[in-house]
Write a protein that binds this ligand. Structure first.
Ligand SMILES: Cc1cc2nc3c(=O)[nH]c(=O)nc-3n(C[C@H](O)[C@H](O)[C@H](O)COP(=O)(O)OP(=O)(O)OC[C@H]3O[C@@H](n4cnc5c(N)ncnc54)[C@H](O)[C@@H]3O)c2cc1C
Length: 433
């Protein structure tokens, strides 16, 4: 039986998986919620690389926040960027100086790229963490192709080289999708371009791709990328990124105008301005009930937090963790309001998966992972994402249509709608870097 608590106010910062799940769970108790996000939509990050490679359109992976709460009268949605948090007063202040306060505060502001101080990365690499990032990268990919089509001399200057930094799920999925785009979709559109000369490189400091996945999945991913012509550089880091190249730790360099950053994440900036000493990855260390030690009534969930797992180590930054943790933070708040002890959050691991390309994916389910590879994994990947997106209502249709088009090699949104990111200053070279 749900007990209603209309006299309690909760402010949530961040309308991603964690914030939205928390707001929905609180709404069921008629607790008043103010959900604040700097965007007026929730973005579905697991499919950003599909937007970046033109396989899905931006609106397919973004869902307006107001629409999600139109049937929840106790939830107010505000579009604003928060830059100050007072965890004692339980208030947050927008960059324009407006302050919102409540009885409880939930910090769910997610993550941002971590360039680990790599010179030039912030200026020249394209991260893939927001919808905006994905659209900027897509515009760059198609602009570089247009430029090379117009002036074949640019081929010698690396126009058809694409470098992905990071061999985790984001890097592998992006490299695989780029390879499918270049090998299978573009040849009919860019008939004058020697696309067989295009090179996709994945660079990772570790000794394996898909760190954290089972050996079988990693081996399958390496083979599937190799079959697609992707060059994998393991045990290698990007020492510097300049306007026209990536300099590698082995002393070599790759000429390119398209560098994708999938090299790491850290907590959203807000984690540094909420009065707690940041933990690993700049994230906020939370207790098992998602509370922050020493700050009664303040909770953190999702990518912004280090959430202890069953072995005491922080849980990974995953959509499923964020979603479940957001709901758990709401359960803790309801327990506080009702004067009950807060339940500890127990993550239910439903598995991990990564798509490497058309008809190729890896999926691991269960504690002693059952590994699926190839077409079966691709179909499970499609099923799981259609299910996750089903909250995005009609967007699930887009995914099903996409799955069909993907198998039939017909789709690609090649519109260059971000000219500022797309524009390349080909006169800029960094010889001798
Ligand atoms: C490319 C990519 C692929 C991924 N693939 C998978 C996958 O296949 N499976 C999986 O489980 N997970 C995947 N993840 C991880 C998953 O997307 C994240 O773990 C999840 O989105 C975290 O949810 P969250 O609610 O904590 O943060 P987010 O979803 O990032 O939401 C945070 C929200 O806070 C808002 N915000 C931030 N700062 C402020 C501020 N100062 N003021 C106001 N609003 C603010 C942001 O606009 C954003 O809407 C992927 C992530 C990326 C980047």
């Amino acid at each position: 039986v749900l007990v209603k608590h209309p006299s309690t106010d909760v402010v949530i910062v961040g309308g991603g998986f964690a914030g939205v799940a928390c707001a929905k769970a609180l709404a069921a108790h008629e607790i008043a919620v103010t959900l604040i996000d700097k965007h007026n939509y929730q973005q579905f990050q697991p499919l950003l690389y599909q937007v970046a490679t033109g396989m899905l359109a931006a609106p397919d992976v973004a869902r307006p926040l107001r629409g999600q709460f139109s049937h929840h009268p106790t939830v107010k949605v505000k579009e604003a960027e928060i830059d100050k948090v007072d965890p004692v007063a339980k208030t947050v202040t927008t960059v324009d100086g407006l302050t919102f306060g409540g009885d409880y505060l939930v910090l769910a502001a997610g993550a941002q790229p971590n360039f680990f101080g790599t010179p030039g990365a912030e200026e020249f690499a394209f991260p893939l963490y927001s919808l905006d990032d994905a659209e900027l990268l897509r515009s760059r990919v198609f602009q570089v192709l247009e430029d090379a089509d117009l002036d074949p001399r640019l081929l010698e200057r690396g126009a058809l080289n694409f470098v992905v930094i990071g061999g985790g799920a984001t890097g592998v999925e992006t490299a695989g999708a780029l390879a499918d785009l270049i090998n299978e979709v573009l040849p009919r559109r860019f008939r004058d371009l020697p696309l067989h000369d295009a090179r996709i490189h994945v660079v990772d400091l570790g000794d394996t791709l898909l760190n954290g996945f089972a050996d079988e999945s990693r081996a399958y991913a390496a083979k599937a990328l190799e079959e697609r012509g992707v060059h994998v550089h393991l045990g290698t880091s990007a020492k510097e990124i300049t306007a026209d190249r990536v300099v590698l730790s082995d002393g070599s360099h790759i000429l390119t105008r398209t560098v994708v950053w999938g090299g790491g994440l850290q907590a959203a900036e807000l984690a540094g301005s909420c009065g707690v000493v940041p933990g690993k990855g700049g994230r906020i260390d939370v207790e098992a009930d998602l509370s922050i030690a020493g700050l009664p009534g303040v909770y953190a969930a999702g990518d912004v937090a280090n959430i202890p797992g069953p072995d005491g180590r922080p849980l990974p930054q995953l959509g499923s963790v964020a979603l479940q943790a957001g709901t758990a933070a709401a359960r803790s708040i309801v327990a506080d309001v009702e004067g009950r002890p807060r339940p500890a959050f127990q993550y239910r691991d439903k598995g991990i998966m990564a798509m490497i390309g058309r008809r190729a994916a890896v999926a691991q389910v269960g504690k002693r992972p059952h590994v699926l590879t190839g077409r079966l994994a691709f179909l499970s990947w499609l099923g799981v994402h259609a299910y996750l997106l089903s909250g995005f209502r009609e967007r699930a249709d887009a995914l099903v249509a996409w799955g069909w088009d993907y198998l039939s090699k017909s789709r690609a949104t090649s519109v260059i709608d971000r000219p500022s990111a797309a524009r390349i200053d080909w006169s800029r070279v960094d010889e001798g870097s």
